[in-house]
Design a protein around this ligand. Structure first.
Ligand code: GLN
Ligand code: ZN
Length: 744
């Protein structure tokens, strides 16, 4: 039985809303503050404006229950760490705001906390650091301030915090913590503080609070499920607290469902878009609860299927205490509104829904549900029936040694060939030309002249510094996915469809809405132009199918693998055209290879098999004499080295310097059967590496890999650096390579 008397949960809500502002107002305010061009007060005023606009907007769209504390100056996980006062000592000392930003972004004397992907989304959170000695203390200030701020506007809100179990599972132990220590070991202390935070919210007159527990949709051990039980038994039996709404999202609760159902929490949020638990089973477990039913997707940009959503809601309603209509997860992962998307095809526009349109759908579904008869509906057809299918076919290229010999004969490279990852600095002139083109002030021909100048500059620099395999520098691309989306049928690009990636960073994912075709060659003429400038080999540069798909909004009427395959065939056509044009080396980048990895272990191998299949379909048309490269750049390439090997690229370049050679410590790397280029300098920092540093990293590579398979390259593309930094760093890299060649 509920331990506290709560008022019924209102009929409609959302789990969260974009917070960057429709015009990215918060992004600009943050960056002005960080650059010293705005005061803390000016930043706070912008924050307050964003929050006020959000609440008023949600209310004017007709939403009943408004979330608060979903605003953030950087990240909601970091906000929860602050609410527990879990701030490592090295960051303390500055004002609370600057302490916060030091954790998020670092300060002159201290590196930031680690940042990593938020489940299987493109959002990145700050990893809290929780040790055996972390002292917790309730700091309800931000949550309380938002409640009061909304109240001053006449609005009651539901504060949102990351739940204790997810918070601790996402945290990491500090360096030097005793072996075997896990942040979850601190559950008891953390629960005590959550209890006091809840009391502080109750004292503000808050009726409901939302605790986000997305970690419950991944595989959990028995001990972790025990932690869930313990957490919500404890919080649920407190007497001074708001109603407890535990929100799960991004998948099924699975084994955590009966666990959470048997605790005294009053409301449970379930993702009915991605989750596959039958309504029957949900009803049996959650019969006595309020179920916050996530029927409108927070992860895609499509209108919800109204019939199906309504049927699910009605079937649920006859089985549980109360049903609330909601989004499947926070709307953080979609753009603000379609209002200003004037450039989209009207037929496509009618199928789309961004955050505001999704809120309107939630409200409409709640109205329809209220009006629908309270009887079991006819079952809705399951359009997601995703039956297993075999892998696609691709032709097998000759065995690697045969290809390697053919390529060696053609390319005539020295040992330890030196190359780069693709992009060269984006100069002010290039940016200006791009902006002028967008404003219609520069004709396409003028813009292309600029692109040619930039290509020539990059080629000359590489020749002068003595690189072995050159690149054209990618000046024609604003972005490695959007550029291809703009040139392929089946994609649309938005004007204002920004989605937060981390902190002030946003991306504008293309919308893959139809069958994908490549109407004409995309990169061939730029590759040909670069080749006309030099006798050295120049790589053709493409983005791989998995990455294009991972960084786009996808259609929901075809299984992921079909979509990936269509994109793979488009990339394949481009590979064949580059080869026919005489390009001897073609790089197909897959930095997002593991981005869409399913959260549950059981589905991961099948996903990787499909990702690998798509890549091989894209690249296997190349003949033996064409050298295929790939590039991956997250630091956990080590964890999927077997899948990387299965890509069968002739050469793979990976990030390594930034993570201090972590990939090299992976035993499977020694068995890596083809060319490998672990990055020898970190391109994320403007710092030019010292020659000894680069040499040491290269020596480390040569200790685990035979010299004939080692390539020398930076960690990633150079587009965020300046020419000055790049020339110095590349010169160092070439010189270090020269010294090592002498010792071979
Ligand atoms: N070829 C791309 C570049 O150099 C790769 C970018 C990436 O790995 N994210 O910019
Ligand atoms: Zn990279």
């Amino acid at each position: 039985m509920p331990a506290v008397r709560t008022s019924p949960f209102p009929a409609s809500t959302v789990l969260g809303y974009p917070r960057i502002g429709p015009d990215r107002e918060l992004k600009r305010a943050l960056e002005r503050y960080w650059d010293g061009h705005a005061t803390a007060d000016e930043l706070r005023q912008e924050g307050a404006r964003v929050r006020e606009r959000t609440w008023r907007r949600l209310r004017s769209l007709g939403l009943d229950a408004l979330p608060s504390n979903t605003f953030s100056y950087y990240d909601q996980v970091l906000d929860t760490a602050v609410a527990l006062d879990a701030i490592p000592d090295r960051y303390r000392g500055a004002s609370p705001l600057d302490t916060y930003f030091a954790m998020a972004r670092g300060a002159p004397d201290v590196a930031p906390l680690r940042m990593t992907k938020w489940f299987d989304t493109n959002y990145h959170y700050i990893v809290p650091e929780i040790g055996p000695d972390t002292v917790f203390r309730p700091v309800p200030d931000k949550a309380v301030a938002e409640v009061r701020e909304a109240k001053a506007l006449g609005l009651d809100t539901r504060p949102v915090l990351i739940g204790p179990v997810t918070f601790l599972l996402l945290a990491q132990a500090p360096a030097g913590a005793p072996k075997g220590f896990r942040p979850l070991d601190r559950l008891g202390d953390v629960l005590d503080v959550y209890g006091r935070l809840l009391a502080a919210l109750a004292a503000e007159g808050v009726g409901w609070t939302q605790l986000d527990e997305p970690a419950l949709v991944a595989d959990r051990t028995g001990a972790e499920l025990d932690a869930v039980r313990r957490a919500y038994e404890y919080l649920g039996t407190l007497t001074t607290r708001p109603g407890l709404f535990v929100a799960s999202y991004f998948g099924d609760l699975g084994e955590a469902l009966p666990v959470i159902a048997r605790t005294p929490v009053e409301a449970v949020g379930v993702d009915l878009v991605r989750g596959r638990t039958p309504v029957q089973a949900l009803g049996e477990e959650l019969a006595l609860k309020t179920v916050v039913a996530g029927v409108v997707s927070g992860r895609d940009v499509w209108r919800a299927g109204r019939e199906r959503a309504l049927a699910t809601l009605r079937a649920l309603r006859v089985r549980v205490d109360r049903v609330v209509v909601s989004t499947s997860c926070s709307l953080l992962h979609v753009p603000h509104s379609l209002e200003r998307e004037t450039g989209l095809d009207p037929a496509l526009l009618r199928r789309l829904a961004f955050a505001d349109e999704k809120v309107a759908e939630v409200v409409e579904l709640a109205r329809l549900l209220e009006a629908a008869p309270r009887v079991e509906p006819f079952p809705a057809p399951d359009v997601h029936g995703d039956t297993e299918a075999g892998l696609p076919v691709w032709e097998t290229r000759s065995p690697y040694p045969v290809r390697a010999a053919a390529q060696a004969g053609r390319l005539g490279l020295p040992p330890l060939p030196v190359t780069t990852i693709g992009s060269f600095p984006q100069t002010d002139e290039l940016r200006a030309a791009r902006a002028a083109l967008a404003r219609g002030e520069l004709p396409v021909t003028g813009y292309e002249d600029r692109v040619r100048v930039e290509i020539e500059r990059a080629v000359r620099v590489q020749e002068r510094l003595g690189l072995d395999v050159l690149v054209h520098g990618e000046p024609e691309r604003n972005d490695m996915v959007q550029y291809f989306a703009e040139h392929l049928d089946g994609f649309a690009v938005t004007r204002h469809g920004w989605v937060q990636s981390y902190g002030s960073r946003c991306t504008r994912p293309p919308i893959l809405h139809g069958d994908v075709h490549r109407p004409a060659p995309i990169t061939v003429r730029w590759a040909e132009y670069a080749r006309s400038l030099t006798d050295r080999p120049v790589k053709g540069m493409l983005t791989g199918p998995v990455t294009i798909v991972a960084w786009s909004f996808l259609r929901d009427d075809l299984p992921l693998r079909e979509v990936m395959l269509q994109v793979a065939d488009a990339v394949r056509a481009e590979v064949l055209d580059l080869e026919a044009a005489g390009v001897p080396v073609i790089q197909v980048d897959e930095p997002a290879l593991r981005e869409l990895m399913p959260l549950r272990r059981a589905a991961q191998d099948a996903y990787l098999a499909w990702a690998v299949a798509a890549y091989r379909r894209a690249t296997s048309g190349a003949g033996d004499r064409t050298q295929i490269h790939t590039h991956l750049c997250y630091s956990d390439a080590d964890q999927i080295i077997a899948a990387v090997d299965a890509l069968d690229a002739d050469v793979t370049t990976v990030e390594s310097a930034r993570s201090h050679g972590r990939v090299l410590r992976e035993p499977a790397v020694r068995d890596f059967g083809r060319g490998l280029g672990p990055g020898v300098y970190d391109i994320h920092s403007p710092r030019v590496p010292a020659a000894e540093e680069v040499e040491e990293l290269l020596e480390a590579v040569l200790r685990v890999l035979p010299a004939e398979r080692v390539w020398v390259n930076p960690d990633c593309g150079l587009k965020t650096r300046t020419y000055e930094q790049v020339e110095a760093a590349l010169a160092t890299m070439v010189a270090a390579t020269g010294r090592l060649r002498e010792r071979l």
